[in-house]
Design a protein around this ligand. Sequence first.
Ligand code: XIL
Length: 376
Amino acid sequence: MSQHLSRRAVLTRTGLALAGSLYRLKGAACEGGVDISTPLKVHASRKGLLFGSAASQRYLKSDPAYAALFAQQCGVLVPEGELKWNVLRPTPDSYNFGPADWMYEFTRTHNLKFRGHTLAWWQALPGWFSSYANQGNARRLLEEHIATVVGRYSGKMHSWDVVNEVVDPYDKRADGLKTKPWLELAGPEYIDFSFQSARAADPNALLVWNENHLEINDTWSRGKRKALLSLLAEKLKRKIPIDAVGLQTHVSTTDPSFDNKEFKTFVRKIADLGLRIIISEIDVIDHDAPANTSIRDEKVAGTYSNYLDLILKEKQVIAVLTWGLSDKYSWLAKFKPREDGLPVRTLPFDDCLAGKKAFTAIANAFDWAPDRSPMG
Ligand code: XIL
């Protein structure tokens, strides 16, 4: 049987005929994708790696072709918003688990792992938060939230982003921690008790410290790397249960090569602390790339290669997740739209769900990565 099945053939053969027919409806604009017959999750798992992506319930529900593609390509799902406070906490005294439970059911139906994002973050807080939370109640509020939310999915989660984007050297604290809102409300120890509460509620999930903007060599990134490394070392010494670091990796086609001493040393030092590494939200910002589709796709793919070829050499890297699977639903369409109005082309699949050069770049990076499976 041919190793090089077309995308349509693969979808049909895997029983996803509905997805295939929707795909055909889109017509000629959808033709010309790259060979995706071996899903990214398979390329990854051959090396003992996990591949997955973020998705929203809304689009998994409304777009069966996308849902089918997601299940075909991914080994892990992280809800893009359904586990954030603004969805989970309609009021200070109530929880809305409907959307997150739906996502969990999706992972069960399609045999995916489930990843939690995120417990303590400065964004996506509900409207009531700023007038309700204060220094008197913030610790209890956060601890109860973690106990309830992590407890609900205990035994079902691959990993939890316990804290997210909590280092900010521009806030000018000696420890480099971001001040608002959690530190001002609950003290710098909120990081310790967040990890401890998460471990108490689910002893098996990997507990992750997730951070943005660590990859390049500007002042902010340098400051973040330095502060993060010393915070991690200090907390691990005190046995705070941190298992992994999440590198968000929202990189850009204009970033210089990641293959430089500073970034490599940083990655090595995280590994030397005994921590695992998850590439938790990779996508490639194409804001400043040329308009021409083919050239732009080359640049985006080249950025994936440049980053992944380097980072996957580190065997403590256990998983790679893209922040979305198809350009059709990328958050960057809203957060980093192109000035010329052209749709962004940041992810492995395009608006029509056809594989792009970025798909091949990611697949090749997995193929070339050293084996970290127990037998490898
Ligand atoms: C983004 C989502 O993708 C958007 O849909 C939402 O409106 C804002 O948040 N870093 C993170 C993610 O940790 O939670 C963010 O997700 C993207 C940046």
